[in-house]
Design a binder for this molecule. Structure first.
Ligand code: AMP
Length: 397
């Protein structure tokens, strides 16, 4: 039996999923966390219970050794599984990559040149590629970009008002979470084709959070920009910020670039505001003034962005919630959708609390959906298609 493996390699973790190549049925999904400190492998095989095991920290310290541990797990459950293609989540495809590609040495070098645009993610994504090339030399390696879905943005959504030469050298609004938006757009097309063809806003609300304005199935705007810092406040990232704050931190407080990076990426957002946690469940339960205010700010920013996107789209046909918070936190959805009667949007309170797929009332002109996103399946689908194409060209030769 042939399979597709998906990899999402981060600084201290590697997430993976295994799918059957022909049916794209998911077989196993899991991750190795704590790389370099105390590595731990957790996985769920089909519908079975989650399995967890500590790995030997001396032996499992990098992506290659983590991949070996993942392989051992796959071998133990599906002996003889042949990996036909590996789909990699690559955070940055720069201005040019607007679709998945098979990775060869030329493209690998292209993607390495994009490291300055995503220094916290791209190097780790590429280490994952190297590890997979070594482990599966026969497999097709496919890069699937988080930026690709946004590459058709109109120029005004793609730029900052900086001297034009900076745009030319790549300082642009790229937008991220593209694999999630692509999956959700396809799922919405199945669920509600008329709405999917219209004006849609998708709110991907997880530890990373962004929103995407979509018209006729195409992204026309994203709250994220040059990096995945911009837009909504997130678990630990600040979201939209006056660049004057960064100048102040440098000039008046003497913070270095590395210290500012740490502050904006790791100490801000829900965690920074609440002084407690980046986890929405913890904040909802805590009930402290600071936790409440962190949630207030999160909701306020979502509603502000929603209003701006509605203006850009000249109206709204569908609003979709996805991501850990979007899919599970009914109170957040309720607050985001409060008093939007002027937009023709009304929630059905019960359906919202119960987490139904459609959560707008029958009177609501705008339909509101919860769609469980599945970036891994999107990656597997792209990788399977590329592998099929590679097979066809071999057969034709
Ligand atoms: P993600 O990054 O998409 O996995 O989302 C993680 C976020 O989803 C965290 O802030 C979690 O607290 C939040 N989350 C997951 N389940 C729930 C829930 N039942 N209620 C509120 N927040 C949740």
């Amino acid at each position: 039996m042939t399979h597709i493996l998906t990899l999402n390699a981060g600084s201290s973790s590697i997430k993976f999923a295994l799918f059957e190549a022909d049916t794209l049925e998911e077989r196993v999904r899991g991750q190795v966390e704590g790389l370099g400190t105390s590595p731990r492998l957790s996985a769920r095989v089909a519908d079975a219970e989650k399995t967890e095991s500590d790995l030997d920290g001396n032996a499992v310290g990098d992506h290659a050794s983590a991949l070996a541990a993942i392989l051992a797990l796959i071998e133990s459950r599906f002996s003889g599984a042949r990996i036909k293609a590996v789909g990699h989540r690559i955070v940055h495809g720069g201005p040019d990559y607007s679709a998945p590609v098979v990775i060869d040495e030329q493209r690998f070098a292209d993607l390495e040149r994009l490291i300055p645009l995503a220094p916290l993610h791209q190097p780790h994504n590429l280490s994952g590629v190297r590890a997979a090339q070594a482990a599966f030399p026969e497999a097709v390696q496919v890069a699937c970009f988080d930026t690709a879905f946004h590459r058709q943005h109109p120029w005004v959504s793609d730029t900052y008002a900086l001297p034009l030469e900076l745009y030319d050298e790549g300082v642009r609004r790229y937008g991220f979470h593209g694999l999630s938006y692509e999956y959700v757009t396809r799922a919405l097309k199945q669920l509600a084709p008329m709405h999917a063809a219209g004006r849609v806003i998708v709110s991907h609300l997880g530890n990373g959070a962004s929103m995407c304005a979509i018209q006729g199935g195409q992204s026309v705007g994203s709250t994220m920009g040059f990096t995945a810092l911009d837009g909504l406040p997130m678990g630990t990232r600040c979201g939209q910020l006056d660049p004057g704050v960064v100048l102040y931190l440098m000039a008046e407080k003497g913070l270095s670039a590395a210290e500012i990076e740490n502050l904006l990426y790791k100490q801000s957002g829900l965690k920074g505001l609440s002084g407690l946690s980046n986890d929405m469940r913890v904040l909802e339960e805590a009930g402290t003034v600071e936790a409440r205010r962190a949630i207030d700010y999160f909701v306020y920013r979502i509603r502000r962005e929603l209003g701006g996107m509605v203006a850009v789209l000249s109206g709204l046909d569908a609003l979709v919630f996805c991501g850990g918070i979007g899919e599970n936190a009914w109170r957040i959805r309720e607050r985001v959708c409060q008093d939007l009667g002027w937009l023709g949007l009304e929630l059905d309170e019960t359906q919202n609390r119960e987490g139904e797929t459609v959560i707008s009332s029958y009177r609501s002109r705008v339909r509101v959906f919860i769609i469980r996103t599945n970036e891994e399946l999107m990656i597997a689908d792209h990788a399977a298609k590329k592998a099929r194409k590679a097979d066809e060209s071999v057969a034709a030769a």
